[in-house]
Design a protein around this ligand. Structure first.
Ligand SMILES: NC(=O)c1ccc[n+]([C@@H]2O[C@H](COP(=O)([O-])OP(=O)(O)OC[C@H]3O[C@@H](n4cnc5c(N)ncnc54)[C@H](OP(=O)(O)O)[C@@H]3O)[C@@H](O)[C@H]2O)c1
Length: 289
C-alpha cells in the first residue's frame, strides 16, 4: 500500500465522509484529530493511523505530515483562523516533502462579503503560489444540512434561516467525498480548481415539496428568523464570532442564494450527481421504494 493520505479535521462531518471514500478506494489513511478521545472512533471507522495535532500549533503538524504522500486540508467551518491554520498545514506538508496538497475550499470564494469565503479565497491564492502540486476543491452547500431538521420535517415544517425562494445547487457530501478521493489518485487533477455543485437549483420551497411527496404529508417551507437562529446557536454553545458569521452568511443566502454548475462534479464522478430526491430517499430510509 502506498504512503498515507493525511486528512485534517478528520473527525468532522466532511473529514469522516472523505476518510470513508479514501478507504473505499483502498488508500492508506492517516487521520489528524486534536483530541485523544477521538482516536478510537476513527480507527474503528477504518483509518490506518490516527495522529494528534492542532491546526493552530505548527509544532504538532510536522510529525503528522512525515511520510505522507498527499496532505488534504479540511478546516473547521467559519473559523477566523482559516488562513493561519491552512498555512501551518501547507508549510508542514512542504517541509515533510509531501507530493501533493489538496485544499478543501468552498463554492464561489469570490463572495468576499462572507468572511469564510474571503479567507478561503486568500488561502487558494497561497496554495496556487506555494511549492507543492495542488488541487483545490470548491464544494457547494451540502444536502446534509437537512439531517438535523428531519424531526421537524416529519412534523410538517422545513425551516431554514433564509428566504424560502432563495436557490442553491445543494450537493450530496457523499459525491463530494468520492471526487475528493479521485483528486488524491488522479494526477490530472493536479494544478486544477474544481467547483463541486449539485445538479438542481433548488429553493426551500422546492425541497419541502419533494419531502412532502416522499412523506405523503404536507411540509411547509418557512424562513427561520435570524434572531431565532442566533438564540438557538448561542444556547448550543456557539461562540459570538461563530454566531455573527452564521448570520452574515445567511443574510447573503437570503439575498442571493448560492448557485453553481454540476458539470464539473458530474464529469469527475463519471455519472449523474445525486439529486435531492435521491438523497432524501436515502436519509428517510425510502431508498429503492
Ligand atoms: N457545510 C457545508 O455545506 C460546506 C460546504 C462547502 C465547504 N464546507 C467546508 O467544509 C469544511 C468542514 O466543514 P464540516 O461541516 O465538515 O466541519 P465540522 O463537522 O464542524 O468538523 C470540523 C472539525 O475540525 C476540527 N477542528 C477544529 N479546530 C481544529 C484545530 N485547531 N485543529 C484540528 N482540528 C480542528 C473539529 O474537531 P473537534 O471535534 O475537536 O472540535 C472538527 O472535527 C469547512 O471548512 C467548511 O467551510 C462546508
Amino acid at each position: 500500500m502506498s504512503s498515507p493520505v493525511l486528512v485534517a479535521a478528520a473527525n468532522g462531518r466532511t473529514g469522516r465522509a472523505v476518510l470513508r471514500a479514501l478507504l473505499a478506494r483502498g488508500m492508506r489513511t492517516r487521520a489528524l484529530v486534536r483530541r485523544a478521545g477521538q482516536v478510537d472512533g476513527l480507527l474503528a471507522l477504518g483509518a490506518h493511523e490516527c495522529v494528534l495535532g492542532d491546526l493552530e500549533d505548527p509544532a504538532t503538524l510536522a510529525p503528522a505530515a512525515a511520510g505522507c504522500g498527499t496532505a488534504l486540508y479540511i478546516g473547521p467551518p467559519m473559523h477566523p483562523g482559516e488562513r493561519t491554520m491552512a498555512a501551518n498545514f501547507l508549510r508542514a506538508a512542504e517541509s515533510a516533502g509531501c507530493a501533493h496538497f489538496v485544499y478543501y475550499s468552498v463554492v464561489h470564494p469570490v463572495c468576499r462579503e462572507i468572511r469564510h469565503h474571503r479567507l478561503k479565497l486568500e488561502v487558494e491564492e497561497e496554495v496556487v503560489n506555494g511549492h507543492l502540486p495542488y488541487t483545490i476543491l470548491q464544494p457547494a452547500r451540502y444536502m446534509q444540512h437537512l439531517e438535523p431538521l428531519l424531526p421537524q420535517v416529519r412534523d410538517g415544517v422545513h425551516a431554514m434561516p433564509f428566504d424560502v425562494d432563495a436557490r442553491f445547487n445543494v450537493v450530496d457530501l457523499e459525491d463530494v467525498a468520492e471526487v475528493t478521493a479521485r483528486a488524491v489518485e488522479d494526477p490530472r487533477m493536479r494544478g486544477g480548481t474544481f467547483e463541486l455543485a449539485g445538479p438542481e437549483a433548488l429553493s426551500q420551497r422546492d425541497m419541502a415539496a419533494t419531502l412532502a411527496g416522499l412523506l405523503q404529508r404536507p411540509v411547509e417551507a418557512r424562513a427561520l428568523p435570524l434572531q431565532a437562529l442566533r438564540e438557538r446557536a448561542l444556547a448550543a454553545g456557539a461562540s459570538d464570532d461563530r454566531v455573527e458569521q452564521m448570520l452574515l452568511m445567511n443574510r447573503h443566502y437570503d439575498r442571493h442564494g448560492m448557485l453553481g454548475s454540476p458539470l464539473v462534479l458530474e464529469t469527475l464522478l463519471g455519472r449523474p450527481a445525486t439529486c435531492f430526491e435521491g438523497y432524501a430517499r436515502r436519509v428517510l430510509g425510502l431508498a429503492g421504494r
